[in-house]
Design a protein around this ligand. Sequence first.
Ligand code: DGT
Ligand code: MG
Length: 206
Amino acid sequence: LENVSYAYEDGGTDVLADFSYDFTPGSCTAILGETGAGKTTLVRMILALIHPRKGRAVVYNNDGEAHELSALTRCNFVYVPQGNTLLSGTIRENLKLGRLSATDGEMHEALHKACADFVFDLPDGLGTFCSEDGGGLSEGQAQRIAIARALLREGSIMLLDEATSSLDPETEQRLLRNLLESSGKTIIFVTHRLAVVDYCDRVLKM
Ligand code: DGT
Ligand code: MG
């Protein structure tokens, strides 16, 4: 992001003002900041759901070619949004939204990485039904299934927006370690929790 500024249509003041940052390939960055600081706005800009009013937002490849962020660059990103995002259906159906062709074995692997092994102990396992708001599951359980779903997706840059807010600190740290060990992905991790910072290469305070 190069000197980007952004204000919401009806919002008045700039949420991002002359903001620059390079999320370098393979790095894990923790984004911290109080509520309303603009963390989710930044995530939306990276996904090209909103566009800078000033400045430039690009993704670049190993040859240094830069492409303006747009709907076309979005396929490089794997996004776990803030809040509950499971749909009504079985856990298997929810995971298949990550990758339609995923096998049960691949789903097991993703669930394990996402610290969601509890699924294997449910009487119906992957066939367990969840309602649209994740009903029947705890918030922390729903969050881990959402992360497993993201892990099944292709895309080398992971964006997690408070995706682990309902987990206890030990599980959150274990999950983050799993993500870092296995992926080789670039990780952008929005969090309120300072303890997580120890596992990230870089900290961006907004
Ligand atoms: P959080 O999730 O509560 O920790 O807060 P952040 O850091 O994710 O904040 P963010 O980016 O959602 O909001 C930054 C500012 O922008 C805040 O003053 C609220 C405002 N804002 C966010 N979304 C919208 C929107 O869709 N329309 C308008 N007008 N303002 C918005
Ligand atoms: Mg937010």
